[in-house]
Design a protein around this ligand. Structure first.
Ligand code: GLN
Length: 313
């Protein structure tokens, strides 16, 4: 299969649609990004990364970080994490608060904001907020094999200044006794985690372990157990795009995680990790062009987890 052609032709076939969708504006610093950006990177286990467009430009990964935070929280906390956060799709927007009261402060899953705030709290454990962010960076740089991975303080500050909704979720969780650390400590890590900046190339390389049973096939480093990787993929498929997860499974068929910065990270079990970026979003906060690009790649490779491997053009 000519993956180089598939990636570059997918990019070219959608290039005229750059700028479609609506970039997130509720975090003011995100609204400053050029809406015409569009990148694709597809990493394979032989170490190859097939790229097109703005694949080497770092952007705000936002909720894609929840995948890495989940993997690290599971590493610290083990299966006990599941006492604090569920594993069911919510069918509600990412920042919804409605289920939390009815379900006594147990978020439906680790990818909606309330669930991610709990996950971040458990990832912090007994460390200081700054140490936790540092540890997250060290881990991501190792996974992405790139020391340049960092976070954008301006985006983190901008989100904190306008973060009333996330503060409400966190204080609500605290009221139910669901957080171990002080609310503002948890949020300071959560906002910085969301403000991590990575390129499509770095993201795709960092996520190969999810597609290969927890071990990065390029370096041989084990990031998590095979069963954990399988379960993170399952959660990405069912909850990775909030109330748009069904549509994403229908159109694309890869476990994926979107972020309001316009990135989507997809894991294709046994084959590849793919990252796409285009800032314009649909109403659920998933990149419009990014989802189209992944759908095209799924079609052309026959890699949808729901298909038998036959590619169509
Ligand atoms: N940082 C964003 C928030 O908490 C992440 C949301 C997202 O990417 N869906 O609102």
């Amino acid at each position: 299969m000519d993956l180089h052609a598939i990636v570059s032709e997918t990019w070219a076939s959608l290039a005229d649609e750059r700028g479609s969708g609506n970039p997130a504006r509720y975090i003011p610093a995100l609204a400053l990004v050029d809406p015409a950006k569009f990148g694709i990177a597809l990493a394979t286990p032989d170490g190859e990364v097939y790229c097109a467009g703005d694949a080497d430009e770092a952007f705000s990964i936002q909720s894609i970080s929840k995948v890495f935070a989940l993997s690290l929280a599971l590493e610290r906390e083990g299966a006990a994490l599941w006492d604090a956060v569920g594993r069911e799709p919510s069918g509600d927007p990412f920042n919804s608060i409605v289920q939390l009261e009815r379900e006594k402060g147990i978020p439906r899953n680790p990818f909606i904001n309330s669930g991610a705030i709990v996950t971040t709290d458990r990832f912090i454990g007994e460390r200081s907020p700054d140490q936790s962010v540092e540890d997250l960076l060290v881990r991501l740089r190792r996974m992405g094999r790139d020391e340049k991975i960092g976070f954008n303080e301006e985006v983190a500050r901008s989100e904190s200044e306008t973060g009333s909704r996330n503060r409400s979720l966190a204080y609500f969780l605290a009221d139910f006794g669901r957080l171990i650390n002080p609310v503002e400590d948890v949020l300071s890590v959560y906002f910085r985690q969301c403000a991590l900046t990575m390129s499509c190339r770095q993201l795709a390389k960092s996520a190969l372990f999810l597609a290969f049973d927890g071990t990065d096939p390029v370096t041989g480093q084990q990031m998590c157990s095979a069963s954990r990787a399988r379960r993170i993929n399952a959660l990405m498929l069912l909850c990775g795009h909030y109330d748009n997860s069904g549509q994403f499974a229908f159109e694309v068929g890869f476990p994926g995680k979107s972020g309001v910065g316009g990135g989507i990270l997809a894991s294709v079990p046994g084959r590849a990790a793919i990252a796409v970026w285009s800032p314009g979003l649909n109403r659920a906060g998933t990149s419009l062009l990014g989802a189209k690009a992944l759908s095209e790649i799924a079609l052309r490779t026959g890699w949808s987890v729901f298909s038998g491997g036959r590619a169509s053009s």
